[in-house]
Design a protein around this ligand. Sequence first.
Ligand code: C2O
Ligand code: CU
Ligand code: CU
Length: 473
Amino acid sequence: MKYGSLLTLAVTVTVGALAVSTAPPAAKAPAPPADTWFSPPVLQNTSTKAGVVELDLTASPTRLEMVPGKMTEAWAYNGTVPGPTIELREGDFVTVHFHNKLAQPTTVHWHGLHLPAGSDGSPLHPVLPGASRNYVFRIPLGSAGTYWYHPHPDMTTTEQVAKGLYGALVIRPAKDPLEGIHDRLLILSDNRFQADGTVDLPHHTTVQGNTDAQNGREGDVLFVNGRTMPTISLRPGEWQRLRIINSAAARVFRLAIPGQKLVHVGSDGGLFEKPREVDELLLANSERVEVLVRGGSPGSRALLQTLPYDRYDFQTRPKDWEQPRDLVELRTSTDPPAPEYTIPSALRIVRPISTKLVAARRTIVFAQGMIDNKLMDMTRVDTRVRLDTTEIWTIENVVGMDHPFHLHGFQFQVLDRNGVPEPFVSWKDSVNVPKHSKVRLVVRFENFPGKWMYHCHILDHEDMGMMGILEVR
Ligand code: C2O
Ligand code: CU
Ligand code: CU
């Protein structure tokens, strides 16, 4: 078993020594800790002024242990995979000093944030090898939630994310309605390696490469915060809050704890008005959920799994798609039960975007690899909208494979899915559009004019041109 690797850096340093002295003296071997939880380090704020955040972030090649026992040539933010977690508060003035030490252009995209177009890290603003860029933005009030950051260069996002460039960003409100309960981050991803530990990125002309291009690249190794099958420990009856991010290029997670309900409290743009009990949650690429889970009886165990979900085209559906996969073990300790905790019945107010004045209604058509029958062109504007207007968009998927839609810069609200009204209001920036279906959403374009991306968040599809450019003016 692979307990104990607490820090990526520590692994890098000790791995040579492990080869010589693998077996610890049997009698003295300590019992593995009940909680093998690992969270990426929090990125240090170098400013001392209240409400001002200054961060340093560097993307560079590095060698680290991504899968136990193997060294991988990775690309990492500040040397760790996932990258350091960015912790912010509503109202913060943020400057990220970013340095590109990769041998190719990159950007840092702040997925889900409402910020000036020039700081969005879209492919229109590449950071060249050896260059630096400051990303400057303010965190809006009311935007507390779970977000993430990743590269967004023209056509090479899949490779850069697969090599290790992704990290979480958490925004906290002045007063958190769920204050006091243990809060954990779960960055879900998958990857595939060659025997020597190299990240497996076959060219699209190979059989596997072609499957990757069709389905989006899935990996057989499932990661939670860069670890495989970590353990969460809870006290009997204890509630914990899980902030879950799907940072996989293409894998969709259908999350469930068999035998247990999940309390779904939030989505991409933060908490709902009220908690809702569910049996399972579908988490498409780049989406986030917040759920509350509870410890069971003393000594009991449960599994957070991803259940089979058929997002595929019949021709390229993987052989093992019907296999459930384990993600995390939840272990209830034999400690005294946790003190009683009542989940608040009202979390916050989430106002529906008014649809009284709708400036335009449009339909965006998703086909395999294309949007509105076009491939992405960096020099073209596909959709023009007026600043300070509200629009209703229908995203229509006309093919036999799911494609998750993502819009940069502006959070939206889903109105209905295939005509079925969304049962509750929530802020989202990504929504799955299942095969042969339609999703209708309402969005208000305010504060930030400029050029923005909308695209399928299967990274291979995005790279191949399943992306459009929106101009707000
Ligand atoms: Cu998460 Cu355009 O990206
Ligand atoms: Cu985005
Ligand atoms: Cu797609």
